[in-house]
Write a protein that binds this ligand. Sequence first.
Ligand SMILES: CCCCCCCCCCCCCC(=O)SCCNC(=O)CCNC(=O)[C@H](O)C(C)(C)COP(=O)(O)OP(=O)(O)OC[C@H]1O[C@@H](n2cnc3c(N)ncnc32)[C@H](O)[C@@H]1OP(=O)(O)O
Length: 142
Amino acid sequence: MAMQFTFGEGLEVTGMLDVANRYQGGPGFIHGGILTTAFDEAQGMACMVLRRPVVTGHLQIDFAAPIPLGSVLELRARIDGTVRRKVYTSAEARIVEGPFADPDVVVATSRGLFLTVGAEHFDRAKDFVDGVPVSPHGTSSV
Ligand SMILES: CCCCCCCCCCCCCC(=O)SCCNC(=O)CCNC(=O)[C@H](O)C(C)(C)COP(=O)(O)OP(=O)(O)OC[C@H]1O[C@@H](n2cnc3c(N)ncnc32)[C@H](O)[C@@H]1OP(=O)(O)O
């Protein structure tokens, strides 16, 4: 998935997603799984400040409003807290360009639990790696 990320002050990360036609779910609107992937990427990216690999343990999305194709979505994500290996994150999405654009309206929210893992987590699958990810979170092929 092609998203552009910028790191803001503190722990917040902003990701931008062009809602391309190939991301369609119901006619004219984004697929919920695509939006879920975008949140996963953004919240995972927010965890990079920890400088340790993380994987998603639990992700909970609220789809508050339909998001039409042709939109530009802004996702703001952050770490809310850590407990041992557990990293609690949250994020929200707004339509900032295109149909239905209103930067004051939150169209979806997400809460995610990430777990820090050691290199051995990925070593188990090293024989199955498909190319080199362009970024730590550039692993999606949708
Ligand atoms: C060197 C290589 C570098 C590469 C870097 C590239 C990075 C790129 C990354 C890109 C990634 C992109 C993003 C992706 O797409 S990541 C891909 C999608 N995610 C996965 O594949 C993860 C699959 N699951 C697992 O591997 C394990 O289940 C994990 C590692 C998550 C936990 O199993 P583990 O055996 O390790 O943990 P534990 O059982 O000791 O539990 C520890 C604590 O956590 C709590 N808990 C656990 N699960 C849940 C849950 N679901 N809800 C609530 N709580 C949960 C648990 O209660 C306990 O709490 P406490 O008792 O401490 O209070």
